[in-house]
Design a protein around this ligand. Structure first.
Ligand SMILES: Nc1ncnc2c1ncn2[C@@H]1O[C@H](COP(=O)(O)OP(=O)(O)OP(=O)(O)O)[C@@H](O)[C@H]1O
Length: 348
């Protein structure tokens, strides 16, 4: 991917004199959900006397994000990530608490606020399905009041950066999933926002497309100093882009700190998988780590993080290896361990 050239947005307005660009205090959201019993009786009762139960999607969440940070926002399904992002972008009103983003109150949805932020949701699209992406981009340019010259130069630079040249004139439905996601990103960045809220931006993409999106985001952040809050269920997105992670579970913040801290503390082991040239007895393999699985020539160990380099060197030197891979435990597994402790930690 090429450099961002004149795509660099103007210097970030830091709001209340050099304070955090995102400030969240005691944020909560309660959804009232209508409850209906099954059957005709339930339908009639529901029609005349509706009852509601309350879903506490987000409960007392507080954090601050500084300009230029890339923060992973993690949690299992239903933890409250999307709800939080919706409150941070002003799509829904908080039930309680305070939010400031780029010195604005999101729910006011003022023009200056909308110029400063963008929201990309992997499972939703803003580009019109049957039209060429270019047409949707022109609409966006008009909405954000970009001059023709500005639109053209940003379009040229971003489409080159995202390797989308030649793709924007065909209907969106004819683009591959990866191309469509990149076109969505282009549309979301045309107005040069300072704060990017990305909800599963690599959802469903193949490995190459995921890497391309990640590389683009990293470069965009480095070149422009844009702040990024990113949710993803793909660990690789988080490790490639985020130094800091915020974890929520059942609507509550349970960890806010460095990614290494999370992995070291809750996933002190890595998984080493090896394909041997010929089978070995279990006793010959135990010195390298705790054997998780041994099937013929395939062996999988759990190896302590601090012993990883030495262990891999020993395996390669002492055994005849055809293939070797090292993986982190799945993020869900790591998150599961964090849930068990239920502790909240500060950033530093
Ligand atoms: N509009 C709504 N009305 C009622 N309940 C809702 C609404 N939106 C979300 N919820 C509930 O709020 C909780 C949090 O949902 P949310 O979509 O924020 O989670 P999430 O962390 O983004 O999950 P996922 O990873 O699956 O996208 C869930 O229990 C969900 O069912």
């Amino acid at each position: 991917m090429r450099n961002l050239g004149s795509c660099t947005p103007p210097p970030i307005a830091r709001g209340r004199s050099l304070q955090s660009i995102i400030e969240v205090q005691n944020l909560s959201k309660v959804y009232p959900v209508a409850v209906k019993e099954p059957g005709l009786k339930g339908t009639l009762r529901h029609f005349f006397r509706r009852t509601y139960r309350q879903v506490r999607a987000v409960q007392g969440v507080s954090f601050q994000i500084e300009p230029g940070e890339v923060v992973g926002f993690l949690g299992p399904n239903g933890a409250g990530k999307t709800t939080t992002l919706k409150m941070l972008t002003g799509l829904i009103h908080p039930s309680d608490g305070k939010v400031h983003v780029a010195d604005c109150i999101p729910f006011d949805r003022t023009q200056p606020f909308l110029q400063k932020i963008t929201l990309v949701m992997g499972q939703k699209q803003q580009l019109i399905w049957d039209l060429p992406a270019l047409d949707s981009l022109r609409i966006n340019a008009a909405v954000y009041g970009l001059s023709d010259g500005t639109f053209r130069s940003r379009l040229a630079e971003l489409s080159e950066l995202l390797s989308l040249e030649g793709k924007l004139t065909q209907p969106v439905r004819k683009l591959s999933l990866g191309e469509r996601m990149k076109a969505e990103l282009l549309a979301a960045l045309l107005h040069q926002p300072q704060v990017l809220f990305l909800d599963e931006p690599t959802l469903g993409l193949d490995v190459n497309a995921q890497v391309a999106v990640r590389e683009f985001l990293r470069e965009y952040n480095q070149r422009t100093g844009a702040t990024i809050l990113l949710t993803s269920h793909y660990m690789a997105d988080i490790t490639a882009l985020c130094d800091r992670v915020i974890l929520i579970y059942a609507g509550r913040l349970i960890y806010d700190g460095r990614l290494e801290g999370l992995l070291e503390r809750f996933a002190p082991y890595r998984e080493v998988k090896v394909e041997l040239a010929c089978p070995k007895a279990e006793r010959e393999l135990t010195p390298y780590g705790e054997i998780e699985c041994l099937q013929g020539q395939s062996v999988r160990w759990l190896v302590k993080r601090e012993a990883l380099t030495t262990t891999i060197s020993r395996i390669l030197a002492e055994l005849e290896v055809i293939d070797l891979t090292v993986t982190d435990p799945p993020i869900e597994e790591v998150i599961g361990r964090v849930f068990q402790t239920g502790t909240v930690e500060d950033k530093n």
